[in-house]
Write a protein that binds this ligand. Structure first.
Ligand code: AMP
Ligand code: ZN
Length: 112
Protein backbone atom coordinates (compact mmCIF):
# COMPACT_ATOMS: atom_id res chain seq x y z
CA UNK A 1 0.00 0.00 0.00
CA UNK A 2 1.39 3.36 -0.98
CA UNK A 3 0.83 5.12 2.34
CA UNK A 4 3.52 7.42 3.72
CA UNK A 5 2.49 6.88 7.34
CA UNK A 6 2.45 3.07 6.94
CA UNK A 7 5.99 3.44 5.58
CA UNK A 8 6.98 5.54 8.60
CA UNK A 9 5.61 2.85 10.95
CA UNK A 10 7.57 0.22 8.98
CA UNK A 11 10.74 2.31 9.26
CA UNK A 12 10.98 2.71 5.48
CA UNK A 13 10.73 6.50 5.78
CA UNK A 14 12.59 8.27 8.62
CA UNK A 15 10.71 10.05 11.38
CA UNK A 16 11.45 11.61 14.74
CA UNK A 17 9.66 9.18 17.05
CA UNK A 18 8.34 10.50 20.35
CA UNK A 19 6.22 7.50 21.44
CA UNK A 20 5.46 3.93 20.40
CA UNK A 21 3.50 0.99 21.74
CA UNK A 22 1.89 -2.06 20.14
CA UNK A 23 -0.97 -0.05 18.60
CA UNK A 24 0.27 3.54 18.44
CA UNK A 25 3.12 5.47 16.83
CA UNK A 26 3.80 9.18 17.41
CA UNK A 27 6.34 11.42 15.71
CA UNK A 28 7.15 15.06 15.07
CA UNK A 29 5.33 16.74 12.20
CA UNK A 30 7.77 17.60 9.42
CA UNK A 31 6.16 21.02 8.96
CA UNK A 32 5.36 22.18 12.50
CA UNK A 33 2.50 24.65 12.93
CA UNK A 34 3.29 25.27 16.62
CA UNK A 35 6.37 24.92 18.86
CA UNK A 36 5.16 21.38 19.63
CA UNK A 37 3.48 19.57 16.73
CA UNK A 38 3.22 15.81 17.05
CA UNK A 39 1.26 13.35 14.93
CA UNK A 40 -0.26 10.31 16.63
CA UNK A 41 -1.27 7.44 14.36
CA UNK A 42 -2.64 3.90 14.63
CA UNK A 43 -0.32 1.08 13.56
CA UNK A 44 -3.17 -0.28 11.43
CA UNK A 45 -4.03 1.58 8.24
CA UNK A 46 -7.32 3.43 8.78
CA UNK A 47 -7.85 6.15 6.20
CA UNK A 48 -9.69 8.66 8.32
CA UNK A 49 -12.28 9.22 11.05
CA UNK A 50 -15.01 8.06 8.64
CA UNK A 51 -13.59 4.52 8.75
CA UNK A 52 -13.51 4.13 12.53
CA UNK A 53 -15.84 1.30 13.53
CA UNK A 54 -16.23 -1.47 16.09
CA UNK A 55 -13.45 -3.52 14.45
CA UNK A 56 -10.75 -0.86 14.84
CA UNK A 57 -11.89 1.61 17.52
CA UNK A 58 -9.51 -0.04 20.01
CA UNK A 59 -6.73 1.73 18.07
CA UNK A 60 -8.43 5.05 18.68
CA UNK A 61 -8.82 4.24 22.37
CA UNK A 62 -5.13 3.35 22.52
CA UNK A 63 -4.25 6.66 20.85
CA UNK A 64 -6.22 8.62 23.43
CA UNK A 65 -4.63 6.61 26.24
CA UNK A 66 -1.21 7.49 24.82
CA UNK A 67 -1.88 11.20 24.30
CA UNK A 68 -1.58 12.24 27.98
CA UNK A 69 1.77 10.45 28.21
CA UNK A 70 2.98 12.07 24.98
CA UNK A 71 1.80 15.50 26.15
CA UNK A 72 3.52 15.14 29.51
CA UNK A 73 6.76 14.05 27.87
CA UNK A 74 6.53 17.03 25.50
CA UNK A 75 6.12 19.45 28.41
CA UNK A 76 2.59 20.51 27.50
CA UNK A 77 1.47 21.25 31.06
CA UNK A 78 -0.23 24.43 29.83
CA UNK A 79 -2.55 22.48 27.55
CA UNK A 80 -2.74 21.49 23.92
CA UNK A 81 -5.11 21.04 20.99
CA UNK A 82 -5.97 17.75 19.26
CA UNK A 83 -7.06 17.94 15.61
CA UNK A 84 -7.97 15.23 13.11
CA UNK A 85 -8.76 16.35 9.59
CA UNK A 86 -11.16 14.07 7.67
CA UNK A 87 -11.68 14.36 3.95
CA UNK A 88 -11.18 17.05 1.33
CA UNK A 89 -13.24 19.78 2.99
CA UNK A 90 -10.96 19.51 6.04
CA UNK A 91 -7.90 19.45 3.76
CA UNK A 92 -6.75 16.01 4.90
CA UNK A 93 -3.52 15.48 2.95
CA UNK A 94 -2.34 12.11 4.28
CA UNK A 95 -4.98 9.39 4.10
CA UNK A 96 -3.92 7.50 7.22
CA UNK A 97 -5.86 8.48 10.35
CA UNK A 98 -3.83 10.87 12.47
CA UNK A 99 -4.29 13.19 15.39
CA UNK A 100 -2.31 16.41 15.47
CA UNK A 101 -1.17 17.46 18.94
CA UNK A 102 -0.43 21.17 18.89
CA UNK A 103 0.93 23.21 21.77
CA UNK A 104 3.88 24.93 23.34
CA UNK A 105 2.27 28.35 23.07
CA UNK A 106 -1.10 30.03 23.58
CA UNK A 107 -3.05 28.89 20.53
CA UNK A 108 -5.58 31.08 18.72
CA UNK A 109 -9.08 30.57 20.14
CA UNK A 110 -10.75 30.34 16.71
CA UNK A 111 -10.08 27.55 14.21
CA UNK A 112 -12.10 28.86 11.27
P1 AMP B 1 -3.28 16.54 7.32
O1 AMP B 1 -3.21 17.77 6.47
O2 AMP B 1 -4.21 16.68 8.49
O3 AMP B 1 -3.54 15.30 6.51
O4 AMP B 1 -1.86 16.41 8.00
C1 AMP B 1 -0.79 15.72 7.44
C2 AMP B 1 0.42 16.15 8.19
O5 AMP B 1 1.46 15.24 7.92
C3 AMP B 1 0.94 17.54 7.81
O6 AMP B 1 0.94 18.37 8.97
C4 AMP B 1 2.33 17.26 7.27
O7 AMP B 1 3.26 18.26 7.63
C5 AMP B 1 2.66 15.94 7.92
N1 AMP B 1 3.64 15.11 7.22
C6 AMP B 1 3.61 14.74 5.92
N2 AMP B 1 4.66 13.95 5.64
C7 AMP B 1 5.37 13.81 6.79
C8 AMP B 1 6.57 13.13 7.15
N3 AMP B 1 7.26 12.39 6.26
N4 AMP B 1 7.02 13.22 8.42
C9 AMP B 1 6.34 13.96 9.32
N5 AMP B 1 5.18 14.62 9.05
C10 AMP B 1 4.71 14.56 7.80
ZN1 ZN C 1 -1.34 3.87 6.15
Amino acid sequence: MDCIFCKIIAGEIPSTKVYEDDKVYAFKDINPMAPVHILVIPKEHICCANKIDETNSHYVAAIFEAIPKIAKEAGLEGGYRIISNCGPDADQTVLHLHFHILGGKKLPSKLV
